[in-house]
Design a protein around this ligand. Structure first.
Ligand SMILES: [Zn+2]
Length: 69
């Protein structure tokens, strides 16, 4: 067991985060991470990928008039 050096969850301060989550800007345990992902929509999270995908390449072109291709 080497989890003693893992950061503590920044949301509940009760448990240490999972090793996979320790390098997040705001490391949280799995439970809190899920809760926050639902509550805070504007953070940079994998969830935003779907929003990103909604912006198609055609739309991106329109947003950037200098680009000709
Ligand atoms: Zn937590």
């Amino acid at each position: 067991m080497e989890d003693y050096h893992l950061p503590i969850c920044m949301a509940c301060y009760a448990v240490r985060v999972e090793p996979a989550r320790r390098y997040l800007k705001r490391p949280t345990c799995a439970g809190c991470g899920e809760t926050e992902a639902r509550a805070v929509r504007h953070t940079i999270a994998p969830l935003n990928k779907s929003n990103y995908m909604l912006l198609s390449r055609e739309e991106l072109k329109q947003l950037n008039p200098k680009r000709t291709t």
